[in-house]
Design a protein around this ligand. Structure first.
Ligand code: NAD
Length: 296
């Protein structure tokens, strides 16, 4: 069993660190929030007072931080100067592709193994160890990372070279936003045409309109008892998070010269829902903006 440094013990990181500890690893846990460190200790980790201390004797490092600027700062200032040569580094945060690539290149130059390994799945999947990891980085680094990541997830998929884990994440979430909005529009139109929601669900689920937003995350209450629509759109996956991922996707599209008109529309619609007060609601709550029943 290994010594693992875990940095960033927020909504996602706390459950992930707990699962590594449960698997028998010694987890040296750090977060800027002392309360988060205390929670990690209660879940079996050893709390430490800095990222530098966490990485000093670790064979592997996991980071789960808010955005690219945090990732760059923590790696450049804390992790690279203090980690042992040959340490495996796994950044599971969702960040921009360019930062993921440049941190990965800097790690390789210094003789470390680095993968970008963002996740699909929310807080429940982080706690339950059922995340999906999309991993970018050299084959050798992926092979080393797979064992650790599988203790926190149900699927670990190698996407390609450095940055392709982040690319997979934002392409997937752009597609998710687009089919969620399309599904909401279809239900809103069905309502106006006097078509019963359950009937439309039963038919479209078996017809060519079938998609994940319809059959696994239905945005109207009723047809799927587990969906967020049945609990007043309590997340789940918050609108703020979806908007973050869409902004990353649109920035990447602009940099790469890709044409993504529906992605741009989806970003504009989620920004509108955010502005109307939907930020903390589940992203499927955009149904209420589309059908005109949103009251903030
Ligand atoms: P969060 O804000 O709850 O947690 C981030 C943690 O990082 C906080 O506890 C914060 O104190 C800590 N932190 C920030 N700067 C730090 C530093 N310099 N050193 C140490 N700790 C630092 O966010 P989250 O919901 O856990 O999300 C983490 C990442 O996972 C984000 O990139 C997010 O986009 C991604 N993600 C989140 C979800 C979700 O459903 N919450 C799902 C998939 C991916």
């Amino acid at each position: 069993m290994s010594h693992i440094a875990f940095i960033g013990l927020g909504n996602m990181g706390s459950g992930m660190a707990a699962n590594l500890a449960k698997a028998g690893h010694t987890v040296h846990a750090f977060d800027l929030s002392p309360e988060a460190v205390k929670r990690a200790e209660a879940a079996g980790a050893r709390g430490v007072d800095s990222a530098a201390t966490a990485v000093a004797n670790a064979e592997a490092v996991v980071t789960m931080l808010p955005a690219g600027k945090h990732v760059r700062a923590v790696y450049e200032n804390e992790i690279f100067p203090n980690a042992k040569p040959g340490t495996l580094m796994m950044d599971c945060s969702t960040i921009d592709v360019a930062t993921a690539r440049s941190v990965g290149e800097a790690a390789a130059e210094k003789g470390f193994h680095f993968v970008d390994a963002p996740v699909s799945g929310g807080v429940a999947a982080a706690e339950g160890g059922t995340l999906t990891f999309m991993v970018g980085g050299p084959e050798a680094a992926f092979k080393k990372a797979e064992d650790y990541l599988s203790k926190m997830g149900k699927a670990v998929i190698h996407a390609g070279d450095a940055g392709t884990g982040q690319a997979a994440k934002i392409c997937n979430n752009m597609l998710l936003a687009i089919h969620m909005i399309g599904t909401c529009e279809a239900f809103a139109l069905a309502d106006k045409l006097g078509l019963d929601r359950q009937k439309f669900f039963d038919i479209a689920s078996k017809a060519s309109g079938q998609n994940w937003s319809l059959t696994s995350y239905c945005p109207v209450p009723g047809p799927l008892p587990t969906s967020a629509a049945n609990r007043d759109y309590t997340p789940g996956f918050a609108t703020a998070m979806m908007l973050k991922d869409l902004k990353l996707a649109m920035d990447a599209a602009a940099t790469a010269g890709a044409s993504t008109p529906l992605g741009a529309q989806a970003e504009a619609l989620y920004a509108m829902f955010d502005g109307l007060g939907g930020r903390e609601k589940d992203f499927s709550g955009i149904f209420k903006m589309i059908d005109g029943s949103w009251r903030g």
